[in-house]
Design a binder for this molecule. Structure first.
Ligand code: C2E
Ligand code: CA
Ligand code: CA
Length: 658
């Protein structure tokens, strides 16, 4: 350790005067110790030679005073409680007292100089010289006291010796004076060094503080979402890792990770513009920020997605997050428009749902996906069932990637009836995958897996090709509905390939109906709108599938170039109740006002078929009328159906055109 390092360590973080005082406290006891011992020796050598007054009484008083000061300097002191002004006062006092002490002891020694032989006189001279130099070195941090002390002793001593006219003593006195002068210079230099050291330490301290403040500001910016002022994604994952490390080490209590996603944000953003969308997010960010406390931390992960860390068990987390969703749901005034968005949430509980940040986040995201597809506007907690589904999905994805799709997938047709004539007006092409490993895989799962692994476009083209091949076997009065995924709509190449396939098949474009769900439209509404427009421009028809399960509003329907509306089968199930009937009627009226043909899906009973047709649904589809089947089965079934009246309907079925 270098001198400056040692000194810096000794002065710590104290102001200059306090640091000097602390140094002095370390040295002054030695000064008084040296004085006491040397005085005892001097009194002893002069005992019996000088008067008792000078060898007993005066030294007793001086030594007692020195011991009293020694004890005073040894008393403990709290440096932290000491102010710079207080320390300066003590230093000043010590400097005056130091000169007085030097003067008193020097005068006493000089008084003794009158007695004894040359040895004793030399002892006096050495006492004065050595004591003085020793004291000066100890007063290294009090150069003023050292200088005053030396002057107050040397001037009278020199004067006295001059007057005494003893050349040896005079030489000793001059010697001491010279050394004392050099010592004073050295002391002053080292005092400057010390002062510079403290000053540079203070400057360093200020610089460090500034750098720290700048660093804090930068960190603050790096962890803040500029739009909402909430914490951002980077902060969220950092905090999650931190929480995990602390919990894993201490095997601490559970905590929850949640992902919140706004429902209907996209259409608001698309309809009213990005400025309004930003204002909406800011308002929601403000609401969320007001709920943050030690237990609940919120960050904006991006877009309309927020991350929550809840330090508590599952039930409390569910309550807190449901309350957040309700907060978000409250209307927001955006200029003249009042917007209202919903919110779905997924929760994953540590340690049940996972032990790493990645696992927990993925699972809360999965629970969110589950909430969105099954209970929109609610929060779902990741469970073991979800885990089993995920495992199964992963298995499907793996097998799909290595499957011989051309032979393993096929298309089934489900008939759609015209309720007025009870004839088959169209068929819906539905994907079927028979995996040699898994057996039959449902269409939902196949399409979902294909979307996740990125092979949906290829599969859609393959399915459409097969669908067209089979469809050509059916009578020309029948149309074919084909389902498109959102990812198909956003792929220009896929859409062009599908159009080329229609043209190449020779099937009249009017016989093709493309079905899209609301969720398929969500990712890029404008692009989807343009694609649907183009398809219609080429003579094909478009249909909105599963109506009523998403958030379709009049505005959405109005803006979309649609020909048909397919009402989700959950409405057919409720058509028997008064409220269900009312709802189904309202939808039919809405469709009628927009000049859209209406199909009721999921017709399973005769009663449902009758109700749907009485309410005015032109088309009906469901297990009652026919399950999805191969084209061969369909061709065989059609003559059967033709022969007998359709259950629940008095209408007779027309014959298919050849
Ligand atoms: P979707 O478009 O709503 O198709 C109707 C689904 O309802 C079919 O299920 C059909 O079997 C089923 N269904 C028909 N009538 C009834 C009924 O009376 N009761 C009940 N409970 N269900 C009935 P499927 O074939 O399993 O298809 C499920 C979904 O998979 C389809 O729903 C569609 O969204 C999607 N899908 C099917 N094939 C394709 C395809 O080739 N491409 C794309 N992108 N999606 C497809
Ligand atoms: Ca469909
Ligand atoms: Ca449907």
């Amino acid at each position: 350790m270098s001198f400056s390092d040692r000194s810096l360590k000794a002065i710590g973080d104290h102001p200059l005067a306090v640091a000097q005082l602390l140094q002095l406290r370390r040295q002054l006891p030695w000064v008084y110790g040296v004085l006491v011992l040397s005085s005892l020796q001097l009194a002893y050598t002069h005992f019996g030679i000088a008067p008792h007054f000078l060898t007993i009484i005066v030294p007793a008083v001086l030594i007692s005073a020195a011991l009293w000061r020694l004890a005073a300097w040894l008393r403990p002191l709290s440096a932290a409680a000491m102010t710079e002004a207080g320390a300066s006062r003590v230093l000043k006092r010590a400097s005056i007292l130091g000169s007085a002490v030097a003067l008193t002891f020097g005068s006493w020694a000089m008084a003794l100089g009158d007695y004894g032989d040359a040895y004793l006189q030399s002892h006096v001279a050495v006492f004065i010289g050595v004591t003085l130099l020793g004291c000066m070195f100890c007063l290294i941090h009090l150069p003023r006291a050292a200088s005053l002390g030396s002057i107050s002793v040397l001037v009278p001593a020199l004067g006295f010796r001059w007057w005494a006219d003893n050349p040896v003593l005079m030489a000793i006195a001059l010697n001491v004076a010279l050394v004392a002068a050099v010592v004073v210079k050295v002391l002053r230099d080292s005092q400057h060094l010390f002062t510079d050291l403290v000053r540079s330490r203070d400057a360093l301290h200020v610089e460090r503080q500034q750098a720290e403040r700048l660093n804090n500001e930068n960190q603050q910016l790096a962890y803040t979402d500029p739009l909402t002022g909430l914490r951002n994604r980077r902060w969220f994952f950092g905090k999650l890792e931190e929480l995990l490390a602390a919990r894993a080490e201490a095997q601490g209590p559970p905590f929850c990770v949640a992902v919140l996603d706004l429902d209907r944000f996209k259409p608001i953003n698309d309809t009213y513009g990005h400025v309004c969308g930003d204002s909406l997010l800011r308002a929601i960010g403000c609401r969320l920020a007001s709920t943050v406390d030690d237990q609940l931390l919120i960050a904006r992960l991006g877009g309309d997605e927020f991350g929550v860390l809840f330090d508590g068990p599952r039930d409390a987390a569910e309550r807190a997050i449901t309350a957040l969703c309700e907060d978000i749901h409250a209307p927001v005034l955006l200029g003249e428009v009042t917007a209202r968005v919903g919110c779905s949430a997924g929760i994953a509980v540590f340690p049940d749902a996972g032990a790493t940040a990645h696992q927990l986040f993925d699972r809360s995201d999965y629970a969110l996906y589950h909430a969105k597809s099954h209970r929109r506007g609610h929060c779902a907690v990741f469970s073991h069932e979800h885990e089993a589904i995920i495992r199964h999905e992963k298995e499907i994805e793996t097998l799909l990637l290595s499957a011989d799709l051309a032979t393993e997938i096929d298309v089934y047709f489900q008939p759609i009836f015209d309720t007025r004539t009870m004839t088959v007006s169209s068929v819906e092409a539905l994907a079927r995958w028979h995996s040699p490993v898994l057996g039959p895989v449902t269409a939902d799962r196949l399409i979902g897996a294909a979307e996740r692994v990125g092979s949906i476009n290829t599969i859609t083209m393959l399915l459409f090709e097969k669908a067209l091949q089979r469809f050509r076997l059916l009578p020309r009065t029948i149309s074919m509905s084909f389902n498109l995924s959102g990812k198909d709509l956003s792929s220009v190449e896929t859409m062009q390939a599908l159009v080329r396939q229609v043209i190449a098949s020779g099937v009249a474009p009017q016989r093709i109906i493309f079905e899209v769900t609301e969720t398929a439209l969500v990712s890029d509404f404008e692009m989807a709108r343009q694609v649907l427009e183009r398809l219609r421009g080429l003579g094909m028809r478009t249909s909105l599938d599963d109506f009523g399960t998403g958030y379709s509003s009049l505005a959405t329907l109005h803006e979309l170039p649609l020909d048909m509306l397919k009402v989700d089968r959950s409405f057919a199930a409720g058509i028997g109740t008064a409220s269900g009937r009312k709802l189904v009627t309202a939808i039919r009226n809405l469709a009628q006002s927009l000049a859209l043909e209406c199909t009721m899906e999921g017709i399973e009973t005769e009663r449902q078929l009758l109700d749907a047709s009485l309410i005015g649904y032109r088309y009906a589809q469901g297990y009652l009328l026919g399950r999805p089947m191969t084209v061969d089965d369909l061709l065989m079934t059609i003559p059967d159906v033709l022969g007998a009246p359709v259950p629940g309907s008095s209408a007779t079925l027309g014959r298919f055109a050849a």
